[in-house]
Design a protein. Sequence first.
Length: 151
Amino acid sequence: MVVKLKKKVERRHKAQAFGELVAASMKAPMDCTPIGLLTDLTDQWHFSWFNEKKVLTHLRIVHPKNAFDFIAKAVVEPASSKPFRVPFIGRELTKFKIDDFLPMPDDGADEMMERYELMADVVEPEFLMARRMDYARQLVQSMPMYADLYK
């Protein structure tokens, strides 16, 4: 859970909390799906997560008891795509990580690198290092954030 605590919750804080949720979603272990919380610990409890429709979902709760009930239900099962139910919400909620719906490149580079690593005792160290560099460059190039570096 990504918690952002503010003395007074303002509109501009929501974007910051969203950015932290995205970062946590990308860095979290495979079996953990974060939920964002922006709160002042009184009557402003803004929860956010990614749903099964690949959309950022927001939920505002004004009563602290309901917020704590929501937290308890949401963190019982940290794994992605496991639905959870909260008594005061009439439907099941599902949380996803960004990795669950981002397209992953399938170009065979992983298998090729694995083969090179298995042959490490037979091939020259310089050759293996060059293949590792090519593989790393290809991985970085496939990331949208760094794709412009290689145009």
